[in-house]
Design a protein around this ligand. Structure first.
Ligand SMILES: Cc1cc2nc3c(=O)[nH]c(=O)nc-3n(C[C@H](O)[C@H](O)[C@H](O)COP(=O)(O)OP(=O)(O)OC[C@H]3O[C@@H](n4cnc5c(N)ncnc54)[C@H](O)[C@@H]3O)c2cc1C
Length: 398
């Protein structure tokens, strides 16, 4: 949730119950003791427990959040205390009323029955020679809307393609992640851009099929009026905190929301327009089949040059690079390679993770995160819902 921690009085980390056993001084019998700690203190707790000679028996997710600052962790060598399998009532209640998250974010300004008619201003390929498929960057002019179609980074819009479906009914809308910041690519607060891949596949009869809406968009000429709905979506919004850390996992057109975040963070004209001076760490993991399929790569390389302390860019090019097992290099392989650093970042409650792209990327990422968590004695199946609940794990796959 983007309500600031200061405002809510809550940490945004989940809680974990660590159960440890050890022999107390004076050869008293083995004592089993539990400690309920926020995620960011887990590694310190582990160190304290193991340094005292005790053994960690289990780590499980507790069910509530603690207010900041987090409750002190009792060292295992401290006098035995009553086990605290749950945080105290005081620890889970907040005196500050919780704000409704993202209450001011616009949604459904334009609905399918009364869409906004946007005008295409540009439509160009994002791919270079030798790339697979077709991916276009398409911009629409939003001027003249009453009300104005406003949106924020991380939202999507709907596009209703021209024509009728197989049943003779008007085509339904398709959603597309917005690829521009709220100020638009021309910084006049009056355009929206998309990054669209033309869907193509062979059906069971072996015929080449092209997607209806993605083909309509990829072929569209500047000047064409297009039915636009929305904006929609609050899952992928950025935190307002300028010190937040943002880990981005993208494949293919899943780069669209990440481009908006990175422009908001690092594009000089955009920074002037938004007055938001990002000071945290942004780490983009981008998966593509070939180098020629990398999207917005030049922009990201420029950000690397300008903001080397704030931006990191890790690519997985599946058909050109090999993973450690000699197979194709996918984004989850890069996540595995950097698992320690990623988990160290996740332990910081200011870190948010965003994942976007084809749905098929999720199992691989889950597997990589499970292995990384297990190496730290954690259970990803329990940790992920905690991060989600703390509004720090954001997924939009399609
Ligand atoms: C929140 C959200 C954000 C999105 N953002 C983007 C984005 O930024 N960029 C982008 O390009 N897309 C994005 N999409 C996907 C987009 O909405 C469309 O689904 C996509 O463009 C295909 O639509 P279409 O009309 O071209 O295909 P359609 O003509 O609707 O065909 C799609 C249908 O084809 C069939 N099909 C698809 N692949 C195969 C296959 N391999 N084998 C057999 N059948 C198949 C399935 O039945 C599928 O439902 C997003 C989707 C969501 C939900």
């Amino acid at each position: 949730m983007r309500v600031s921690q200061a405002a809510s009085g809550h940490t945004t980390s989940g809680l974990f119950t660590v159960v440890a056993s050890g022999r107390q001084a004076g050869s008293r019998p083995t004592v089993v003791q539990s400690y309920t700690v926020p995620l960011r203190q887990l590694s310190t707790t582990f160190k304290q427990i193991t340094a005292s000679g005790a053994r960690i028996l289990s780590v499980t997710a507790a069910s509530q959040d603690l207010p900041a600052p987090a409750a002190p962790v009792a060292a295992p060598s401290a006098p035995p205390k009553k086990a605290t399998s749950k945080p105290s009532k005081k620890a889970v209640t907040s005196s500050a009323p919780k704000k409704k998250p993202h209450a001011n974010v616009p949604v459904n300004t334009y609905k399918p029955k009364t869409p906004f008619m946007g005008t295409v201003t540009e439509n160009y390929s994002l791919l270079t020679d030798g790339a697979i498929g077709r991916v276009q960057h398409i911009t629409f002019d939003l001027a003249g809307g009453e009300p104005q179609l406003e949106y924020v980074e991380g939202q999507s819009i709907g596009i209703i393609p021209e024509g009728n479906d197989a049943n003779g009914k008007p085509h339904k809308l398709r959603l597309y992640s917005i690829a521009s910041t709220r100020h638009g690519d021309s910084y006049n607060d009056s355009t929206v851009s998309l990054c669209v891949r033309q869907l193509e596949y062979k059906n069971e009869a072996g015929e080449q099929i092209y997607g209806v809406c993605s083909s309509y968009l990829c072929d569209i000429e500047p000047g064409t009026k297009v039915k636009i709905t929305g904006p929609v979506g609050k899952e992928m919004l950025l935190p307002e905190d300028e010190d937040a850390n943002i880990i981005m996992l993208a494949t293919g057109t899943g780069i669209a929301p990440m481009r908006t975040y990175l422009r908001r963070m690092f594009e000089s004209k955009e920074r002037k327009a938004n007055g938001w001076s990002f000071k945290g760490k942004a780490w983009l993991f981008m998966g593509a089949p070939k180098t020629a399929n990398l999207l917005y790569d030049d922009d990201f390389n420029n950000y690397l040059k300008e903001y080397p302390d704030n931006f990191r860019y890790t690519k997985a090019i599946s058909r050109e690079e090999q993973n450690s097992k000699g197979g194709r290099m996918y984004i989850q392989d890069r996540v595995s390679e950097h698992a320690d650093e990623i988990f160290a970042m996740i332990e910081n409650p200011k870190t948010h993770v965003y994942m976007c792209g084809l749905r098929g990327m999720e199992p691989g990422i889950d597997e990589a995160m499970s292995a990384a968590a297990a190496a730290k004695g954690l259970d990803w199946k329990e940790l992920r819902p905690q991060l989600k609940k703390a509004d720090r794990w954001h997924v939009e796959t399609y």
